[in-house]
Design a protein around this ligand. Structure first.
Ligand code: HXC
Length: 260
């Protein structure tokens, strides 16, 4: 498929890399861009040879938000009737893990897009923020809900109500990103691809189950979540991967028990 707003590649045989590619607009998330992004990610999700995906932007911007030029003349009736931004949430339905490799600006919808991914790695240049308040609106791509769940009420309120941008380091301290990688052009993508490659080397069923149960932690009560986790855990005993796994070997070497 020929895309206009993204570049899709295979840096490793079982990893798909999607790069947002509207450099002149700092990867502003226009509707055509989001349509292509969904298409590329869902194609990778359905491809048995793919184990994990990496999503990135440019050195200067992961994405500077929803496309302000596209939004500015829209009326309430336009956005309501056309379900504006409703297709953004589809990314959260992907079964396979998506790692966001963030350099530069991840603002507004760009920050929300990173938060929709499963793991965020940040370059030291990354800047996160929800500046919608400066445009007289609020986050509309799940930002308020996901951010509050991840960094807590006070910090989510501060970002959303002041529009302040935070550094990669601060985002790391707040638990928004797993870690800040070393300096250097392309480093964050290299590290994200290495992580995706490692994930892709594991049992795909177990990886998808792991993603599903962690996500459940954000939606279910503790009692429901624990029951869900246990059922999925039990279910994995029916897979070949579990039979091939080295549980038996570990037990034998530790306890000296005979074959079982
Ligand atoms: C459309 C954008 C854009 C955006 C930048 N550009 N952000 N176009 N939508 N969100 C365009 C600029 O118009 C300009 O194009 C080019 O990208 C370069 O931007 P500059 O401003 O010249 O770059 P710089 O001075 O380096 O400043 C970078 C910046 C600034 C600080 C990131 O661009 C900025 O504040 N952008 C807006 C960030 C923002 O408010 N995002 C939230 C959007 S609202 P031209 O053609 O003029 O050279 C949002 C709603 C989410 O995301 C709710 C639903 C999900």
């Amino acid at each position: 498929v020929q895309y206009e707003n993204i570049i899709v590649s295979r840096p490793e045989p079982n990893v798909v890399l999607v790069q947002l590619n509207r450099p002149k607009a700092l990867n502003a998330l226009s509707s055509p861009l989001f349509k292509e992004l969904n298409q590329a990610l869902f194609e990778a999700d359905q491809d048995d040879t793919v184990g994990a995906m990496v999503l990135t932007g440019s050195e200067k911007a992961f994405a500077a938000g929803a496309d302000i030029k596209e939004m500015k003349d829209k009326t309430f009736a336009d956005v309501y009737k056309n379900k504006f931004l409703e297709n953004w949430g589809e990314i959260a339905r992907l079964r396979k893990p998506v790692i966001a490799a963030v350099s530069g600006f991840a603002l507004g919808g760009g920050c929300e897009l990173a938060l929709m991914c499963d793991i965020i790695l940040a370059s030291p240049t990354a800047k996160f923020g929800q500046p919608e308040i400066n445009l007289g609106v609020i986050p509309g791509g799940g930002g308020s809900q996901r951010l509050a769940g991840i960094v807590g009420k006070s910090r989510a309120m501060e970002l959303i109500l002041t529009g302040r941008t935070i550094s990669a380091k601060e985002a790391e301290n707040w638990g928004m990103v797993s870690r800040v990688v070393g300096e250097g052009e392309g480093q964050v993508v290299k590290d994200a691809v290495a992580m995706a490659t490692e994930i892709a080397s594991k049992s795909q069923v177990a990886v998808q189950a792991g993603k599903e149960v962690v996500n459940a932690a954000y939606e279910l009560t503790l009692a429901e979540g624990l029951r869900f986790e246990r059922r999925i855990f039990h279910g994995l005993f029916a897979t070949n991967d579990q039979k091939e796994g080295n549980l038996c070997e570990i037990f034998q070497s530790q306890a000296g028990v005979p074959d079982f």
